[in-house]
Design a protein around this ligand. Structure first.
Ligand SMILES: *Cc1c(COP(=O)(O)O)cnc(C)c1O
Length: 415
């Protein structure tokens, strides 16, 4: 008998179903100009108007008029696609301008675009490991899947330090020979808990031991710092970060990823990273939109202030009802559920009964037992939106007899 491929797929899916973490994608139509409102298409063919509460388009830039018109102009001017890799006819003037703009945003000499933030992390870390003989990568234990994949791809040794634990990082660094190359890889805002890394302390320890610092600012770009250069800019420590990585797909509202750093670093990655070299360049239409968005965000401190105010307001309103908001220092508002089946059920009922769309966050995105709902309020969510959401959660928490007040910190700490 030959191998039964379909049965193997079914078996794997069966396991995901049994654990209550099978993922169902919401079939959405965003309603341009009315963010965060959208239409959802349901299985039975019907549609419903909903409010999106879990978008990473944190400032609604994906529907900003100036961004849209830059994209429309680009498509009329140069057409749809790049037409090749960056090496073979795919470098448009928009790419060159955006790389300059991103280097300036992060106070660095140069920047390099990738087709996504995931690819930027994967390509850069893999390539760094190949360029630096004998390098050890010291990785925060909660780093994003794309960094983990990049570190694996480099096939070199790695050390995992406890999340945001600078003392543990130093303990590990101190064990390594002085002349060995070392990369300290971490994020600024951890998007599932909403906590923020002590960037200055981490960089100081890294520099003490001669390590290269690699910072994923995906959830900080556009949102923190006087010009939107991220948390490292806010903290005034960009000069201690050797490589900043970011996305064009979240606060910038379009699609794509990048790194920024020294001219030599960027030139080396450009010259050696396989997933940069052998892929069609980002569409100039996307690049033109991102370019306009970054230019606006550099001058958008009032939008950043409103964004933080909205997040603080939502946290307070949830706390007033005793709902288990996880301690977040950022714009991300996670609410603890602690069980994948409940988490999915609450998310379904929020959608069907209250028109509130928030995805359940289950394993493997977060550790088992720490399942949660993750809200991302934007400046475009109104007081009424917040009130409606909090009332809906309050009603469901009462009906499902879910825990309020004190969080089970042992389980959160066990992450
Ligand atoms: C989303 C995300 C990425 C990947 O960025 P994309 O542009 O969506 O591919 C990288 N790092 C972190 C921490 C992220 O949350």
């Amino acid at each position: 008998m030959t191998f039964n491929y379909q049965a193997a797929f079914q078996k794997a899916l069966g396991e995901v179903h049994a654990e209550g973490r099978y993922r169902v994608f919401a079939d959405l139509e965003r309603d341009c100009g009315r963010f965060p409102q959208a239409i959802i298409h349901k299985d039975d063919g019907s549609t419903q108007e909903i409010t999106v509460w879990c978008s990473n388009d944190y400032l609604g830039m994906g529907q900003h008029e100036a961004v849209l018109s830059a994209m429309k102009n680009a498509i009329d001017h140069v057409g749809a696609g790049a037409g090749g890799t960056r090496n073979i006819a795919g470098t448009t003037h928009y790419h060159v301008l955006l790389e300059k703009e991103l280097a300036d945003l992060h106070e660095k000499e140069a920047a390099l675009l990738f087709t996504s933030g995931y690819i930027a992390n994967e390509a850069t870390l893999t390539t760094l490991a190949k360029l630096l003989p004998g390098v050890v990568i010291l990785s925060d234990e909660l780093n994003h899947a794309s960094m983990i994949q990049g570190i694996r791809g480099g096939r070199g040794p790695k050390m995992i330090w406890r999340h945001n634990d600078v003392e543990h990082l130093e303990e590990l660094l101190a064990q390594l020979p002085e002349d060995q190359p070392k990369i300290v890889a971490f994020e600024s805002v951890y998007s599932m808990d909403g906590d923020i890394a002590p960037i200055e302390e981490i960089c100081r320890v890294a520099k003490k031991y001669g390590a290269f610092t690699y910072l994923d600012e995906v959830h900080g770009v556009g949102l923190y710092g006087l010009r939107g250069g991220g948390v490292a800019q806010r903290d005034g420590v960009l000069d201690m970060v050797d490589c900043v990585e970011g996305t064009l797909g979240k606060a910038i509202g379009v699609m794509g990823g990048y790194i920024a750093g020294s001219a030599e670093l960027v030139d080396a990655i450009r010259s050696f990273a396989s997933s940069f070299i052998f892929t069609t360049a980002l569409s100039p239409v996307l690049v033109a939109g991102a370019l306009q968005s970054v230019r606006i965000l550099k001058e958008a401190q009032s939008m950043r202030d409103e964004h933080q105010a909205r997040a603080a307001h939502l946290k307070m309103a949830l706390e007033e009802k005793g709902l288990p908001v996880m301690p977040s220092e950022s714009h991300i508002v996670p609410v603890f559920v602690g069980d994948p089946v409940h988490c999915k059920a609450i998310s379904d009922r929020l959608l069907n009964e209250f028109g509130v769309y928030v995805q359940p966050i289950n394993y493997p995105t977060v550790p088992k037992g720490t399942e949660r709902l993750r809200f991302s309020p934007t400046p475009l969510h109104t007081e009424e939106h917040v009130e409606h959401l909090v009332d809906a959660l309050d009603a469901l928490w009462a009906e499902c007899k879910l825990a309020r007040g004190e969080l089970p910190t042992d389980r959160i700490a066990a992450q």
